[in-house]
Write a protein that binds this ligand. Structure first.
Ligand SMILES: [Zn+2]
Length: 575
């Protein structure tokens, strides 16, 4: 079948869209999109993939500027597409109570004290999709007011992760650049009698909150509080020597309202501000004040913060500041995995995992290393939408989504664990070259080997054949089994005839390389670390691996999808 010019231009448009969204167009993704638009082409995937590959290549060879020029040609189409997509996604799934089209501003608020994980990705995707749906903006806001924990490396890591996810921002700002503003707010709260300086120990503060009883400092005169606040700012207190607390309600049912801490003294050097400040705001003051000041209209945060909503609004009420809307969404939790920093650090310290980018983890670095595509994460997030209802999911759902995306582009190769040697005599000269497709349907090319006559097959398959059997070396030719012995199997070429019912996966012994497959399971078993979360299988793969690069994805026939994680060590990890 000829692929028409109309379809070719559609392929080009989809490749441009894909490259714009993800930095690079993926032939498999483009192919799938074209098929969903023109289902009639399913009958001739070969012709279609032949058309897709050169177009995707040519798009991928464009520089950013050229790509954007190219995208300009489709801007009307893209706008229409976006509108259709919003129609689908904005209602009812992406309808946010009270949000106004064209007057919408949201922000993604990571604290730069750890690595991003799939839960952050969910919130960031939802914010970015909502910002598009409401023709609004999205800011990147670093909540960096803990000098002991915040680090530039995490800022960089978070930005890298977001870029990889394909999420972009209209602006970027840092809580720590806004301390003067926050100090002014503190001053107002104190002079209005709504905040006081407390020099109780951390233990005493905690006990008072549990008992629902205020300390002596709560009754302090406003004038005294103002002097003590000046002392805090003037560096007259030791680290943790005093805190500024909201003068709220020590009996509140919502315990976050029991005179929460607004500022504390930390004398550690801050990664961004150096030693300029020693009085640091907490999440409960900097989030409402900075959101309000930066013009945020809609805050989307995961449900576990819901208890803090009341405090957020109370702070803004007391300061007489504009209040954004808050929308809560369910937290994305992956069964059998963890995102808690404390628990991850513990596993790293015990050397049970390789680090934050261990492919067993649902950190962004881990997912990326495992070969999960950003689009797979986005599709999973879209399934949940804005629902507040918790729904458990597991890695299986994400992996299935990912496999759907990579299936069209993963090269097929053989992998043999526990090899048994089989010598085949009498192979005709014209059959001594094996040329095999790298993909059963799509045009991904061929691998070619000169056969030595000695093959490696797997022990279980070897066990299933007997003397006298005629079997097929898969896609190659039939052989007759002559004998099975300690040192291997002897066989001879069987000319003609229909293929034997048994098709053996094989590797030519002279065209083989050692390789190690790491098959990944759940990180946890119950609440404990799963000792079988990664199982190593050693074996042999085809010499075609010489042409693969780190990061390439293959499907080992009868085994599964794997990503080449380390070429020197020939380490593959399961996907
Ligand atoms: Zn006190």
């Amino acid at each position: 079948m000829e692929i028409s010019e109309e379809i070719k231009s559609e392929i080009r448009r989809m490749a441009v869209r894909n490259a714009l969204d993800y930095g690079k167009a993926e032939p498999g993704v483009v192919l799938n999109r074209v098929l969903s638009r023109f289902p009639e082409l399913r009958g001739d995937i070969n012709a279609l993939s032949k058309a897709v590959l050169p177009i995707v290549d040519s798009i991928n060879s464009l520089g950013r500027q050229e790509l954007e020029t190219e995208a300009g040609r489709y801007s009307a189409d893209f706008a229409a597409e976006k509108a259709r997509k919003l129609e689908r996604t904005a209602k009812p799934n992406f309808a946010l109570d009270g949000a106004v089209n064209g007057a919408f501003a949201t922000r993604f608020p990571p604290a730069p004290n750890g690595y991003m994980h799939i839960g952050h990705a969910k919130v960031a995707f939802i914010e970015s999709i909502s910002a598009q749906a409401y023709s609004g903006t999205m800011a990147l806001y670093f909540d960096d007011t803990n000098p002991e924990k915040d680090r530039q490396e995490f800022v960089d890591e978070i930005k890298k992760g977001l870029e990889w996810l394909g999420i972009s921002f209209d602006s970027e700002y840092y809580a720590s650049d806004n301390l003067q503003l926050l100090y002014r707010c503190a001053g107002k709260l104190i002079s209005d009698g709504n905040a006081y300086v407390c020099s109780c120990t951390g233990e005493e503060v905690k006990k008072g909150r549990i008992a629902g009883k205020g300390c002596d400092h709560k009754a302090q005169e406003t004038q005294r509080n103002m002097e003590l606040w000046d002392d805090m700012l003037g560096g007259k207190f030791e680290e943790n020597g005093a805190i500024l607390r909201l003068n709220s309600d020590m009996n509140a049912d919502n315990t976050t309202l029991r005179d929460p801490t607004l500022f504390r003294i930390k004398k550690t050097t801050h990664y961004r501000q150096g030693d300029k400040y020693s009085v640091w705001p907490t999440y409960d003051i900097n989030t409402p004040v900075i959101d309000s000041t930066k013009g945020i209209t809609d805050v989307i945060r995961s449900k576990e913060f819901e208890l803090r909503d009341e405090l957020y609004f109370r702070v803004l009420n007391l300061l007489g500041m504009r209040k954004p809307r808050i929308h809560s969404v369910a937290r994305l939790e992956i069964k059998g995995n963890i995102t808690s920093k404390r628990r991850l650090n513990e596993l790293i310290a015990r050397k049970l995992i390789w680090g934050y980018d261990d492919p067993r983890l649902v950190t962004i670095a881990g997912l990326r290393r495992r070969g999960i595509l950003p689009e797979a994460i986005k599709n999973l997030v879209l399934k949940f939408g804005l629902s507040k209802a918790e729904r458990e999911t597991d890695m299986g759902e994400l992996l299935a989504e990912n496999r759907r995306l990579i299936d069209g582009t993963a090269k097929r190769l053989f992998f043999i664990a526990n090899p048994v040697r089989i010598s085949v005599t009498g192979i005709p000269t014209d059959k001594l070259t094996a040329r095999m497709r790298l993909h059963p349907k799509n045009e991904l090319g061929f691998r070619e080997y000169s056969l030595s006559g000695t093959f490696l097959i797997s022990a279980p398959e070897a066990g299933s054949i007997s003397e006298g059997d005629i079997v097929q070396l898969k896609t190659l030719f039939n052989i007759t089994i002559d004998s099975k012995g300690e040192s291997g199997i002897e066989a001879h070429y069987a000319s003609g005839g229909s293929p034997g019912p048994v098709k053996l996966a094989w590797i030519d012994a002279e065209n083989s390389r050692q390789a190690h497959l790491y098959t990944i399971g759940d990180l946890l078993e119950g609440e404990e670390f799963n000792a079988e979360s990664m199982i190593q299988t050693d074996g042999f793969i085809e010499a075609y691996v010489d042409y693969l690069n780190r990061g390439d994805v293959v499907q080992f026939e009868k085994v599964g999808f794997f990503k080449l994680d380390d070429k020197t060590g020939m380490r593959f990890i399961s996907m």
